[in-house]
Write a protein that binds this ligand. Structure first.
Ligand code: FAD
Length: 694
């Protein structure tokens, strides 16, 4: 056949392409990866089977101490970094942190006796390991883990290993701190020697930070003794080097202005979308379910049709927030960086094991706005580490006192609801603290975390649109000079204002960079990803369901009821659908009031909404009371294998509901309280009783 011109062009192009491919890097330059030091790459951990031997890794990099972390949302990872830093600055231990997922554990039996391994383990969900700790947990907890030297488990293969353990848990869950307890048990069973007590931090009681601080001092003393360490005056040793790039401009295409990763930087966002890679989703609709003088409650519809994201009813959506301009400016001002906010900086790990929390090159403004949790409560340990950079001797003495005295800290900082920049402003009379290295903040502040929302729509009814129901956080404490404005929810409120035509949305003077880095969120967009959950409707719609969801706790139940109403409408048989909802009063904050009427029309008598209004009558009535009043019906449904769901406040409501359910079971089945509690426990184990609490 004859070749026509097009064929020839194609063939020539293919030939050139092939030559180019095979000569790559020889005859033409491969552009140097500008992100070679970005967080994805700077990570010293191992991948794909290479360098997964922790003992070797520590040997090569001259480390004496490894802090492993099992972390889901980043908190355990933060604590691990803090321990590693302290081990180094106070005791001169060469330390590294290590993601449990990135190492194998069969060589732990060769871990040198003069070194130490610290395990910081978060417990996730119902006493489960975090995703990155699953393999480690399964290995260490198996009947007969096989170690490199072949010593059987019964003969203590880990007898040389010194370890330290701290757990992050929440006492409102049944399996409180199960992970650290189990890991501690397994390690000691294998002969390893624990140094100090195994610590337990309690997020449920809100004492995580103080639990950690109280645990670590005696632990360091024990470690000092065990490894014969000498304490020295803590000197700050940066983990990251921050360099200002005068030869680069913030308009340069290589500079990250808040884009979370390289694809976003290059305008090529693509899935899979997850905790490391958000989808910049259009907000299809937004409204306020109610507003009163002090509260706003948002309803939003997030359009995921342009992505490969999917969800099922009961899942969570994660929203990636942006700090408000007001707080960003305050922070940059007090650090003396206001004039340099757009200066390009590169951030580099000073040793191979340092993991960057955001991509570089970037700017001060972008780091503070998109990557640092700058509005959160101040940590006492951070105050102590800040003291050496105080602008005067007096301030230094005050910081040292605050940092070392729990009560004084409470009085000067916690009780006032201050964030870090506000605290620094008060300390210095608003004079900038120009000598604090920026790296101290990168290392000492938390990474800005996505916030989760229980999806309030049904995936069967609207598979490509995710509903959010969120109360806008605005917390006033009596006597505190500052009103805490929730980071994410006020940002969402600004987006809602923009969608409704406000050209400069500015809730409470917070002033957001609402169009995102390089206007990439223009229109009305928000970065999100979806997290799948186990909080699920029964697969058979005839199974009855009982739902308890006061306030925004009703979010997933709107999805549940929406789904069951749609099934009923399409002719399916749907079982009893009983919802307990509570709010202040019927006129003020009754979420989705008219929608429930529609669902009732579709589901008929099979849908029952039982309300509790806490501020209507002389006595406060909560969902717990209503549950008790309806105990007989609840128990009958449970005996018919109804699923029982609770969503919302973990600290009080969910716990009380659990107690009341046991009372209901006891009363209606003639059991004593202990037996009834066992029945409720068994319901949890078999997933008949499910919680989505926060
Ligand atoms: P943040 O800035 O995170 O502040 C939260 C709170 O921390 C403040 O209210 C305050 O109490 C405290 N705080 C912050 N800074 C300070 C300071 N400087 N000093 C003292 N205290 C401070 N919420 C919903 O509304 N609807 C839902 O459907 C929903 N579902 C959820 C599902 C899951 C699985 C989880 C884990 C949480 C859910 N939440 C839900 C809660 C939600 O994720 C957020 O925590 C909430 O919206 C607040 O986020 P924010 O960024 O606005 O507030």
């Amino acid at each position: 056949a004859q070749l026509d011109t097009l064929d020839i062009i194609v063939l020539v192009a293919l030939l050139l392409g092939t030559i180019a491919y095979f000569t790559k890097g020889t005859y033409w330059a491969v552009p140097k990866d500008p992100y070679a030091n970005s967080y994805a790459n700077a990570n010293g951990g191992a991948k794909d089977g290479q360098g997964r031997n922790i003992v070797e890794k520590m040997d090569e990099s001259g480390k004496d101490c490894v802090v492993f972390y099992g972390s889901q949302t980043g908190t355990a990872e933060d604590y691990a970094s803090r321990l590693a830093k302290e081990a180094s600055s106070r005791f001169g231990l060469k330390s590294m942190t290590a993601d449990l997922e990135e190492f194998d554990f069969d060589t732990l039996d060769t871990f040198p006796e003069n070194k130490v391994a610290i395990f910081v383990m978060a417990t996730y969900g119902e006493g489960e390991p975090t995703d990155n700790a699953v393999e480690f947990y399964e290995f260490i907890g198996s009947e007969e883990p096989t170690f490199s030297e072949g010593t059987p488990a019964a003969e203590g293969p880990l007898s040389k290993l010194n370890y330290v353990a701290f757990g992050l848990g929440n006492n409102t869950y049944e399996h409180y701190n199960a992970m650290v307890r189990k890991v501690d048990e397994y390690l000691s069973k294998l002969g390893a020697k624990r140094i100090g007590e195994a610590g337990e931090g309690d997020d449920g009681a809100g004492t995580m930070e103080e639990d950690f601080l109280a645990w670590k001092e005696p632990m360091w003393t024990a470690l000092q003794e065990a490894l014969n360490l000498e304490e020295r005056e803590a000197v700050y040793e940066p983990v990251f080097e921050v360099t200002e790039k005068d030869d680069m401009d913030a308009t340069n295409d290589l500079v990250y202005l808040g884009e979370p990763n390289r694809n976003h930087l290059e305008n090529k966002q693509k899935g899979p979308y997850n905790a490391g890679n958000p989808y910049i989703a259009p907000i299809a609709e937004s409204s306020e379910l109610f507003t009163d003088k002090t509260r706003n409650c948002l309803h939003m519809e997030i359009d995921i049709s342009g992505s490969n994201l999917s969800y099922t009813t009961g899942d969570h959506i994660a929203v990636w927030p942006t700090n408000s301009g007001k707080e960003v400016n305050r922070f940059l001002h007090i650090l003396g960086l206001a004039d340099k906010k757009d200066t390009v900086i590169t951030v580099r790990g000073l040793d191979t094991t340092a993991k960057l929390p955001f991509p570089s090159p970037t700017t001060y403004d972008a780091v503070v706005r998109y990557h640092m949790e700058i509005s959160a409560p101040v940590s006492r340990q951070f105050v102590a580490s800040l003291s050496q950079f105080a602008p005067s001797e007096d301030i230094k003495a005050e910081l040292t006192k605050i940092g070392s005295d729990k009560e004084y800290f409470q009085q000067k900082v916690s009780s006032k609801n201050l964030n870090l920049a506000q605290f620094m402003q008060i300390m210095s009379g608003d004079k900038p603290w120009s000598s604090v290295p920026f790296s101290l903040f990168i290392e000492g502040l938390h990474k800005l975390q996505p916030r989760y929302y229980s999806i309030s729509s049904s995936s069967k009814v609207q598979p490509k649109k995710i509903s959010i129901t969120a109360i806008v956080e605005s917390i006033e404490k009596p006597g505190a000079p500052h009103v805490v404005k929730g980071v994410t929810t006020n940002y969402l409120l600004a987006l809602k204002q923009k969608q409704h035509g406000d050209p400069k949305p500015d809730p409470h003077g917070l002033d957001y960079a609402i169009t995102g880095p390089r206007n990439k969120y223009d229109g009305v967009h928000v970065p999100v990803h979806v997290r799948h959950s186990n909080f699920k409707l029964p697969s058979n719609p005839e199974t009855p369901v009982i739902m308890v969801g006061p306030g925004t706790g009703v979010a997933p139940f709107r999805g549940f009821v929406q789904e069951r109403a749609a099934l009923a409408k399409s002719g399916e048989k749907v079982g009893k659908t009983l919802l307990f909802f509570g709010c202040r009063n019927a006129k003020e904050d009754f979420l989705y009031k008219s929608e429930w009427e529609q669902y009732k029309a579709d589901l008929g008598d099979n849908f029952e909404l039982i309300t509790a209004f806490s501020r209507e009558g002389p006595k406060k009535v909560y969902v717990q009371h209503r549950l008790k009043e309806n105990g007989k019906e609840v128990d009958e449904l449970l005996q018919k294998k109804a699923n029982f769901y609770v969503c919302g406040d973990a600290a009080n409501m969910a716990r009380e509901v659990n107690t009341i359910l046991a009372e209901i079971v006891a009363k209606n089945r003639g059991l004593d309280q202990a037996k009834a509690e066992d029945v409720v426990k068994a319901m949890r184990t078999s997933n008949q009783y499910q919680e989505d609490v926060w």
